[in-house]
Write a protein that binds this ligand. Structure first.
Ligand code: SF4
Ligand code: SF4
Length: 62
């Protein structure tokens, strides 16, 4: 399966803005790393809300 939600953990600052915004609730902050991760990306609406809200461009929808 092709990736849909691409997260660059080296850029992510763990602010959780995308987590709060995501209407599908598929994003979360990994407690160990404090970085954003995705659960079931097949549920993604691909409307790129997370991509727009991320201040450091750490998340891309493809
Ligand atoms: S594009 Fe929308 S549904 Fe997909 S991860 Fe981002 S906010 Fe969530
Ligand atoms: S909005 Fe960007 S920096 Fe903040 S948790 Fe999401 S991916 Fe990481």
């Amino acid at each position: 399966m092709n990736k849909i939600v691409i997260i660059d953990e080296s850029l992510c600052i763990g602010c959780a803005k995308c987590v709060e915004l995501c209407p599908k609730k598929i994003l979360y902050i990994d407690k160990a790393t404090q970085k954003c991760k995705v659960t079931d990306e097949t549920k993604c609406d691909k409307l790129k809300g997370c991509e727009r809200i991320c201040l450091v461009q750490a998340i891309k929808i493809v």
